[in-house]
Design a protein around this ligand. Sequence first.
Ligand code: DG2
Length: 251
Amino acid sequence: MKLIIVRHGESEWNRLNLFTGWTDVELSEHGKQEAKSAGQLLKKEGYDFDVCYTSYLKRAIQTLNTILEEMDREWLPVKKSWLLNERHYGALQGLNKEETTKRFGQEQVQIWRRSYDILPPALSEDDGRNPRHQEQYREITKERLPLVESLKDTIERVIPYFEQNIMNDMKQGKRVIIAAHGNTIRALIKYLDRLSEKEIISVNIPTGIPLVYEFDEDFQVIRNYYLGDKDLIEEKTKKVADQANINKNQK
Ligand code: DG2
């Protein structure tokens, strides 16, 4: 049993180095290319799927659509859920990561980005970005929609959805691909690899690279690995880890 998880390609806000969270931004030109390459690679390696999962955010949806287009599998069923949305980054959304480090210091920004359960500042209730005011979440009980989330909060919505839907499909023999986000995927990795709160801090997810999980019949992880060029994967992962560092381009 295999599961493929892919972080969307670079978004316009990844390119501009802005905290994104639930902001619904497009893929950048580079991100579109990354999604194409992911689809071509999956096809070349002989992967195929029966069902696809993604979030309500267009950077993940566009990535999945591009992958399916490259694989000539646009007809496959796609299940979208807000429960697979990126972690809500609260009032940090829209701020430049490097500028935020200059203002608040590296330690504080690292805590906001990677601590397990410490919350960044929340959006105010009357903020136009509050998902409770947004059309795409109109069906969701208001109390369930966040104004900010920690990784722990993200895990608490992602994992029940994963167990009840994705795992269920897999147990019925369906081959699944998930197109999601940096922190949604970190939530899944913490759960699947049984990582501690400390171990997950150093896990960063490269954009547009398919991650393969292999399971035995008891749904225990046998191994996991990224597909593609090792140096490129390392370079992209480091780019994510260093995103908030000051003067990273001059190092
Ligand atoms: C990034 C993750 O999410 O940021 O919200 O800024 O995967 O949707 O681009 P994505 C964001 P970091 O936690 O890596 O800073």
